[in-house]
Design a protein. Structure first.
Length: 268
């Protein structure tokens, strides 16, 4: 069973959790940090090589959580153009294309291997989507997508994998292809999520920023940080809130606190 609440208050840590985080102040060396940045693409490519297309579940919750995909239409069967920035192997993309026949999707990912998995999927059709490899921090989206042409951009569990110093470059890039008045739909890891508390000592790269054993990295967002990030690139904030879930496993008597940040940011 799961309990969920939305709001603007960050999760409150238990005294044990707070003590553990306070003790973990040693950062990964600068040499290793530079190496991780340099090898980021290779590490994600290896991740997809190991896990193929099976690691993430298909995300059929997307349209439920983001009613805006329906609400942003001016009439019921209006054709929408969307961009899924950081599409992985298509766990979000293909359920969306199946559920909504009036969508054309651009989709891109950092990992060339992930892009190949998308293209090999039996649901892949060039009439419905265009998929391409892209480093959102430096490859210009305008090379694949016309300016001011996209109705909705989804940025779901993507920004957290990027160095905090480079996140603004992603938002700047996306801004160019988004139509005025249209939105970026955001969901990612929030501060004090269960995954953040599980990192062992020696995994910390910076404030709220960690490296996993496989070399991929993860940032945990605060509402304030996310708000400043989008506003600095010219977006207007529509929604920005924590989604806190307590997933209870009664059999094992475990209560796992999940924290996500969910937002909607508009190009004026």
């Amino acid at each position: 069973s799961a309990f969920q609440k939305k709001g603007h208050s960050a999760r409150i840590l238990s005294p044990e959790e707070a003590e553990r985080l306070a003790k973990d102040q040693v950062l990964v060396s600068e040499f290793k940090q530079l190496k991780l940045e340099k090898e980021a693409q290779k590490n994600w490519d290896l991740f997809y090589k190991r896990n193929s297309a099976n690691f993430f579940k298909d995300r059929h919750w997307t349209t439920r959580e983001f009613q805006e995909l329906k609400a942003c239409r001016e009439f019921a069967d209006q054709k929408l153009t969307i961009l899924e920035a950081g599409c992985g192997v298509g766990n979000c993309l293909f359920p969306l294309l199946e559920e909504d026949l009036n969508i054309f999707a651009y989709a891109c990912d950092f990992s060339p291997r992930a892009v190949e998995y998308v293209k090999k999927n039996t649901l892949y059709s060039t009439e419905r989507c265009k998929v391409f490899q892209c480093d959102l921090t430096k490859d210009d989206l305008l090379e694949n997508i016309p300016a001011d042409s996209v109705d909705v951009v989804t940025l779901i569990f993507v920004l957290s994998a990027i160095h905090p110093d480079k996140m603004h470059l992603v938002l700047k890039n996306i801004y160019k292809v988004l139509k005025p008045g249209k939105c970026v739909l955001f969901r990612d890891y929030g501060l004090y999520d269960h995954a953040m508390l599980r990192f062992k000592s020696g995994s910390k790269l910076g404030e709220n920023f960690y490296v996993r054993q496989d070399g991929t990295r993860s940032y945990f967002f605060t509402e304030e940080f996310l708000s400043q990030l989008f506003k600095a690139e010219g977006y207007e904030q529509v929604v920005n809130e924590y989604v806190q879930r307590e997933t209870v496993n009664r059999k094992e008597d475990l209560c796992v606190p999940r924290v996500f940040l969910q937002g909607k940011f508009q190009k004026p």
